[in-house]
Design a protein around this ligand. Structure first.
Ligand code: SF4
Length: 457
């Protein structure tokens, strides 16, 4: 419990308490699972790999596969070349993946292991069989966060695999960012509904949301294939969703293959989904079908019907920067007041973007990148909010301060909905509205005086 948190705020620069982030390899491991037939490989000690796998498994409630270079004292002194070579030999002999995606850890980064050289050596000595692929991303955890690791591995997919063959393909690239498989499934539904052909990468739908049929498949049917990743260099355009998770890969693709890009935020809520649909229409050369128009109309209807319950509600938001930026825009569309908006990931763009969104409606909002949940709790103690939105770790603050709480983002370790229901698109926005509305009204029903206890809301 956090009942030791004080309201008195003291200057604090070099210390994070209850950070609102985790380490880079977790993001890299998740991104790698979005390639079909891929074995994520952790180049470091077994403990790192075990933690990353278990953290992802707790969020997705699916077995998360990954292998490790199993560093011991010897590798720490002499480097991890022998470990990686032996690991690759074992992986291709025992598990036979199509591709191995290597990410580093703190230890291998501090040693300074040269992974491209190691991969080259493993190709030359035949450890990596012909036709198989190994890619890598550097993911030092003392820099950035899991969001940075995700972006680095997605960029590595482009760097190693994207090819330009000279004839443009009538397809778009869609980089969905660090979202749940249910979100990717919804994005693909919208794209198909719009009549646009797209290569979505990385794509963890069909990998981490498998139906139960009694059989275990180490490499499920989902994920972006290597051929699809190669073809991204000939696509007509890239739509990249999320400044922090997707824009670096889109920029790399533009520089490498000359594929132009639309840089958007995650399509969470009305405004950002409108921008996504507009980009699909423009770059896909299609009209918006009536079915999508109807979904938008239903969201608008709900926003006006329920406006009285959201109007001027003070909200604290914590989470990954791309999620929080898009959600802030949605809450602003709903006429709510995001009073505290934080992310644990570093990046000045976050503060600039959120401040710009809130400059007219909530000019005194506290907006912080590279922040933590302890600071958020202290601010709430000084000036409370009506609602907290964030990952599972925020529930300690919600319980201590008796504030309604909506789980959103990564990780959600104690509820199930995120695995099945999207938060992106117009339908996802409706679901978010329902969750917020339920949390606010449940709280009122529990806490209000008898004379305010209403049957009809
Ligand atoms: S912070 Fe570094 S040492 Fe700790 S689990 Fe992550 S990669 Fe491993």
């Amino acid at each position: 419990m956090l009942n030791g948190t004080t309201a008195e705020i003291k200057p604090r620069e070099a210390l994070r308490i209850n950070p609102a982030k985790t380490c880079q390899p977790i993001g890299a491991m998740y991104a790698a699972l979005g390639i079909h037939g891929c074995m994520p490989h952790s180049h470091g000690s077994q403990g790192c790999c075990a933690y990353h796998r278990s953290h992802l498994t707790r969020h997705f409630k699916e077995p998360v596969i990954a292998t490790t270079s199993s560093f011991t004292e010897g590798a720490s002194v002499f480097g991890g070349l022998a470990n990686l070579n032996q690991a690759l030999s074992n992986i291709f002999t025992i598990y036979n993946p199509e591709i191995v995606a290597v990410h580093t850890t703190c230890l291998s980064e501090v040693i300074g292991d040269d992974i491209p050289m190691m991969i080259k050596k493993s190709i030359e000595d035949g450890t990596i069989p012909k036709g198989k692929v190994v890619i890598h991303a550097n993911t030092p955890s003392f820099v950035g966060s899991h969001v940075t690791g995700f972006a680095n591995m997605t960029t590595a997919m482009v760097r190693y695999l994207a090819e330009k063959n000279g004839h443009r393909l009538f397809q778009l690239n869609l980089i969905p960012g660090f979202v749940d498989p249910a979100d990717i499934r919804e994005l693909k539904r919208i794209v198909a509904e719009m009549g646009v052909k797209a290569v979505v990468f990385p794509d963890t739908s069909g990998v981490l949301d498998l139906p139960q049929d009694g059989r275990y498949r180490m490499f499920p049917h989902g994920g972006t294939t290597i051929e699809e990743l190669k073809s991204t260099g000939d696509s007509s355009c890239t739509i990249a969703l999320g400044h922090f998770t997707s824009h670096p890969a889109a920029t790399e693709l533009d520089e490498k293959c000359g594929v132009g890009c639309a840089f958007l935020e995650l399509p969470i809520g009305l405004t950002e989904t409108d921008r996504f649909i507009h980009a699909l229409r423009n770059y896909g050369g299609v009209d918006v079908p009536a079915t999508i128009g109807d979904e938008r109309g239903r969201l608008l209807d709900a926003m006006s019907d329920m406006h009285q319950y959201f109007h001027k509600k003070r909200v604290a938001i914590a989470g990954d920067p791309d999620h929080v930026i898009a959600l802030t825009q949605f809450l602003s569309d709903l006429d709510m007041k995001p009073a505290y908006v934080i992310t644990g990931s570093p990046g000045k763009h976050f503060e600039q973007r959120v401040t710009e969104i809130l400059k007219d409606q909530v000019p005194d909002a506290v907006v912080k990148q590279n922040s933590d949940l302890f600071a958020l709790h202290q601010w709430i103690k000084n000036a409370p909010v009506d609602l907290i939105i964030g990952n599972t770790y925020c529930k300690y603050i919600a319980r201590e301060e008796k504030i309604p709480f909506v789980r959103f983002g990564f990780p959600v370790l104690d509820r199930m909905g995120h695995r099945y229901f999207p938060c992106v698109g117009y339908m996802g926005a409706l679901r978010l509205m329902e969750k917020m509305n339920d949390a606010l009204l449940d709280h009122k029903d529990r806490e209000c005086a008898d004379e305010y206890f209403e049957l009809i809301q």
